[in-house]
Design a protein around this ligand. Structure first.
Ligand SMILES: [Zn+2]
Length: 637
């Protein structure tokens, strides 16, 4: 949503446009306005509770899903991961020492994991990896519970229970060999992939990650799962690594368990009215309701500036939630068909350039035209659309494609917040921390797509803020109003917002370097607008306007950055070693070491072998065999 005042007026009271293009731009960009909100979490398909972290025979707690959960009949899904109807989204976190050095060995196996989960028709998608400077956690000097607490507190572990946080540590349980812990039925797992100076086997790395993710998906060890036979080889049991990671490595009952996990998301989803009522009031990602000012609530609900609001916090929240829930609608069949077709078209257009956009979930909520004045926007992982936009999309395909891309980019910005930072700084934005209360004092609008107002603009040696505030017009209607203000640095390093200032020459030049008229108040919007222009220029081949040299540079700057930010994270990023013997794209192969590893009687994985603490597995809760941790150099082939 774009909070720009001019956009807002254009959108609602169509003014004469100078050209068809401008009209299109107005319609397209006007869809994104400023609002206060947030993203809802996915509706859980089964009641889950995350219990033991550990995955040993003794410690696994079986969290059986309620009976009667249906496994939906499959469409004739093709087997290529990108065509699969479901995804799991994983946030990798690489633990480092406090000074940022010594990152834990990490790898992002994808192809092998996609293969073993073939039966569940899901694709694994990694978010951009985060580095977390927390030496005690990297070295295993504090408990995993403490690490999780710290991770939540510092915003490292995703607040969204649909997203798996995969932490790479160097030591856990005072051991260093490849192994891990998955939170049974939870959303956090720890893996350690061995010391950085040892060559690791890609099969082994993939197995450790796939196995631990399995615990998050609520898979138990075969030894604890009466429904799964010892043979054939299983992801959670015994067998050769190649077989455990094959499509047959997941039993039918395990597939059903995986499909009941709230971590498994439909790639394309239209929220029903009942589901959408929960989505629209969900504050998992940001405090859309509780953080909204009175005028923002009025604007969102569609009330006039004078409308009274309950002031007692609980009553206010209840009132807002009721009002919000009353704004959602069901999509009709034609709208679903329209959006499905547009998503597929967009996936075909940008799938190879920006798979980090096209493959992530496309979740839609429909709202009525009075909610945030019907403007398209996002909350959490969902795109909110009103009938007005759907109608426009049905008659103007290019408009629809650009709109979907623009909004989806806001979802990706939320998921990969840090990755966009260098691009935003290259645009000329500067990150600042505003003093608490400054925005409320100005009655700033709250754009759910850019809720974090922490980007200033250089103006000479000083910093300024382009900000959208809420003001009442002569009819008592709340409207957006753009202001350009000075910023003043405080002794504690924070900034206060000063007087309105003139949009001087340097500002005008900076503004004109972007080939659109509105949305310059936040880099989330700037980059989303530029994505639409890149779509026109590079994919639709419909960009037929002259750009200045500066504007062409902006496109190029964005094109280059997107190539990195929006790529697919996967096997190519392995840093643990050079897997010279095997290139993953070929058929699965193993080697001597792999076979040796596989044939070790690992207590935890077999019902037929008695648990014994003195053997290879010690019952400490470790999943992978700890006693054959590394591959000595030069043994493959
Ligand atoms: Zn936007």
């Amino acid at each position: 949503m774009n909070t720009n005042h001019a956009t807002w007026l254009k959108l609602n009271r169509p003014a004469p446009c100078r050209s068809e293009f401008l009209r299109l731009v107005t319609l397209l960009f006007g869809c994104s306005l400023a609002l206060p909100w947030q993203v809802p979490l996915a509706a859980h398909r089964g009641s889950h509770f995350a219990t033991s972290q550990c995955t040993s025979t003794r410690l696994v707690v079986a969290t059986q899903q309620p009976a009667g959960v249906q496994v939906a009949s499959e469409p004739s899904a093709q087997s290529a991961p990108k065509h699969r109807p479901r995804v799991i989204v994983v946030q990798p976190v690489i633990l480092c020492d406090d000074d940022g050095s010594t990152p834990a060995v990490h790898a992002f196996p994808k192809r092998l994991i996609d293969r073993v989960y073939t039966k569940a028709k899901l694709e694994l998608l990694y978010l951009q990896p985060l580095r977390w400077n927390h030496g005690k956690a990297r070295r295993g000097e504090i408990t995993q519970h403490q690490i999780i607490r710290d991770g939540r507190h510092q915003g490292i572990i995703s607040p969204d229970k649909r997203i798996i946080t995969l932490l790479f540590a160097s030591t856990t349980d005072r051991k260093k060999g490849p192994s891990g812990h998955g939170q049974q039925g939870g959303s956090t797992c720890f893996v350690r992939l061995g010391p950085s100076d040892r060559q690791a086997d890609p099969l082994q790395l993939a197995f450790v990650v796939a196995h631990e993710l399995g615990h998050c998906l609520n898979l138990r060890h075969v030894v604890d799962d009466p429904a799964v036979p010892d043979k054939p080889a299983n992801l959670q049991g015994m067998g050769a690594l190649t077989d455990r990671l094959s499509a047959a490595g997941l039993h039918d009952t395990q597939r059903d368990t995986v499909l009941r996990s709230p971590l498994v998301m439909d790639r394309l989803r239209f929220y029903t009215l009942a589901e959408a009522q929960k989505q629209i009031v969900d504050e998992t990602w940001e405090p859309y309701i509780t953080g909204a000012t009175d005028d923002m609530l009025r604007f969102s609900i569609g009330l006039t500036a004078d409308a009274p609001l309950p002031q007692q916090p609980q009553t206010r929240r209840r009132f807002a939630k009721q009002q919000y829930a009353g704004k959602v609608l069901d999509f009709n069949a034609a709208e679903k068909t329209l959006l499905t077709g547009m998503v597929q078209r967009l996936q075909a257009l940008i799938g190879s350039s920006w798979p980090g956009v096209s493959r992530f979930p496309w979740h839609f909520v429909k709202v009525d035209g009075t909610f945030c004045k019907g403007m398209a926007h996002t909350r959490g992982l969902s795109i909110f659309l009103s009938g007005r936009y759907l109608e426009k999309m049905s008659t103007d395909a290019n408009f629809g494609l650009k709109l979907l891309l623009h909004e989806k980019l806001h979802v990706i910005q939320r998921l990969n917040r840090k990755s966009f930072k260098p691009l935003y700084q290259a645009y000329g934005f500067v990150p600042v921390t505003l003093k608490k209360g400054e925005l409320k004092q100005l009655n700033a609008a709250q754009n759910p797509d850019a809720l974090n107002v922490s980007w200033a603009i250089h103006s000479g040696d000083a910093l300024s803020l382009l900000i959208t505030t809420l003001a009442r017009d002569t009819e008592g209607i709340i409207q957006f109003q753009e202001e350009y203000r000075t910023l003043d640095k405080q002794p504690d390093g924070s900034w206060t917002i000063g007087a309105i200032r003139e949009k001087d020459g340097p500002f005008q030049n900076w503004h004109a370097s972007f080939p659109f008229r509105v949305g310059h108040d936040h880099p989330n919007e700037v980059s989303a607008y530029l994505s639409g222009l890149l779509l026109e220029s590079d994919h639709l081949k419909t960009l037929n306007r002259d750009l200045t040299a500066a504007q062409t540079d902006r496109l190029e700057q964005t094109r280059n950055a997107f190539r990195n930010i929006l790529r697919l994270i996967g096997d190519e990023d392995r840093n643990a070693s050079k897997p010279s013997a095997r290139n993953l794209p070929g058929p699965l192969r193993t080697n001597r070491i792999g076979e040796l590893y596989c044939h070790v009687p690992v207590t935890l994985y077999s019902k037929t072998i008695q648990f014994h603490s003195g053997g290879l597995a010690t019952g400490s809760g470790v999943c992978a065999p700890p006693s054959i941790p590394y591959f000595p150099p030069k043994v493959n082939e």
